[in-house]
Design a protein around this ligand. Sequence first.
Ligand SMILES: [Fe+2]
Ligand SMILES: [Fe+2]
Length: 318
Amino acid sequence: MTENYSAINWNAIDDQIDKATWEKLTEQFWLDTRIPLSNDLSDWRTFDEDHQWVVGHVFGGLTLLDTLQSQEGMASLRKDVQTQHETAVLNNIQFMESVHAKSYSSIFSTLNTPEQIDEIFDWSDSEEFLQNKALKIRDIYENEPDPLKKKVASVFLETFLFYSGFYTPLWYLGHNKIPNVAEIIKLILRDESVHGTYIGYKFQIGFNQLSKAKQEDMKNWIYDFLYKLYGNEEKYTHILYDQTGWTEDVLTFIRYNANKALMNLGQDPLFPDTAEDVNPVVMNGISTSTANHDFFSQVGNGYLLGNVESMNDSDYDI
Ligand SMILES: [Fe+2]
Ligand SMILES: [Fe+2]
């Protein structure tokens, strides 16, 4: 006889973090269509060609990565859930990854010309180091049997590998430019902060059940994987940023975020870089987006559904 099929019961919660995360994510739900990106065209027209190129292409890269997260990432993690509520949370995350991917592409689709838009998509579908990172993560999602390693791949993608792209809008946010683009990025950062914390937490539950020896093996795998990803990320960063002179600053920023990804997984930092080493303009941008973000407290920063407004210069008085 086959087992009966069970209806999800939200009055019998196995893991309170599932419920808290569901509530947090649904409370902060948003859609890109509420943000008037075309209001940023006047700023955009003052950028020189090199900087316009960077803005367009970082968002091309981010579109690719969140396409992966929405198409393969959450579907892969969903195979290993421990509770029915975890499935519900991952369903929410998967949909939001589609919103993120659509948002990144709507940024360059608003700012760039039709020819440039085609070029950006061609670039993101073929650029060697961007493709390397997408394929390395996809390989884990598709072929790695260990559920914990799949969670590591997801946390590394969202808390580490996105940040070479996030640097640009945060830099402009710190300089009071393209505020509506920045608004979208702030909403995405707020989502990713919850995603990384939640998936990292689920990783730690499994990790803590491993034997000491298996924990050591896992740690070695994690640091080895991080090194490989960082080596590729350095090359990607040079391709994106050398013409702006921002490369070294971006690398500091991504090492700082690599440490944060390790922290989400309950592991020790790898790089010496701390918040003090990151360009303060960019750090201001990131603190604006997360200042009121307290994961489990229900305190959002006001962007409830129906309540998203375009940004004003005064929003950036820090
Ligand atoms: Fe995302
Ligand atoms: Fe995410």
